[in-house]
Design a protein around this ligand. Sequence first.
Ligand code: GLN
Length: 332
Amino acid sequence: MASETLETKATLHELDAVLENVHSSQRANRDGAVATYIPELARAEPDAFGLAIATVGGRIHTAGDVEIPFTLQSVSKAFAFCLALELAGRDKVLARVGVEPSGDAFNAIVFDPVTNRPFNPMVNAGAITIAGMLDEIAGDSAFDLMLDRFSQAAGRRLSLDETVYRSEAETGHRNRGIAHLLRASGALTGRTEDAVDLYFRQCSISATATDLARMGATLANMGENPSTGRTAFDLGAVRNTLAVMFTCGMYDYAGHWAYDVGIPAKSGVSGGIVGIVNRQLGIASYSPRLDAKGNSVRGIAAFGMLSDELGLHAFDCTNRGSAFVSTLIDDA
Ligand code: GLN
């Protein structure tokens, strides 16, 4: 890292202060409820709350519980989609899964009425199809490949939470039902059990808010991990992934999120959210209490505040964001 100027130090200090302030202002927010569909998620510490921001210059800024491991759950869908785009190519992926927001719940059993395809890769039907494609391409090594790329994006070796995986596999009958419908319509062509097994595994990859912010920074940095310099994801695939995260990443809250927060993001039912400020930042929050749509309550509030305070909205018109963040990155 280049030497820090006094001005950069002040900016860094300011960013830490903003994070701290957002964290403490949401700490008392106890709205929502922890997911209970499997015992491991029901046992999550409801008050856990961590925020992390990783820059494309390799810096990390944190507040709160950023080292508590949680399973990625639906957050994995964004990264699995990115991998499928690279391995199968954009056209083949698009032939099997659409890119339209569904406006339905993440586990809805609904398909595009014209094409019969899942609406998008950020809801279960689309993500199971993507898992099926990865399984067709990589077979038995599909999960290792996925874990490898996710780990490269995080900059450290991630692991599978075996207990969560077993619970997901034992209880995932709705997802199996979706897979059979996908097989019947031709969206899935291989064994349905292999597709859902890979999906259950990807949901059960364990990471911390720090890891997730670094994974986000890798997407912000066009697929190259800013800390290790290693390429985790293909550049063209990152562009397509961020576009779909922007329009579909927050389930049936995606429109509201784009309006209020204005950055590509993906949430998961364990309470994680990752957001990307293109070419600038990866942001992660972890807080397991969820709203009725399955998004972290504190996560949504914290992202909203960060977006406002740092000027991160894609259509921000204050100039504050770009000026503030570029100081951070230039001197990293
Ligand atoms: N494992 C969960 C499921 O498939 C993940 C869903 C989510 O995070 N919203 O139902």
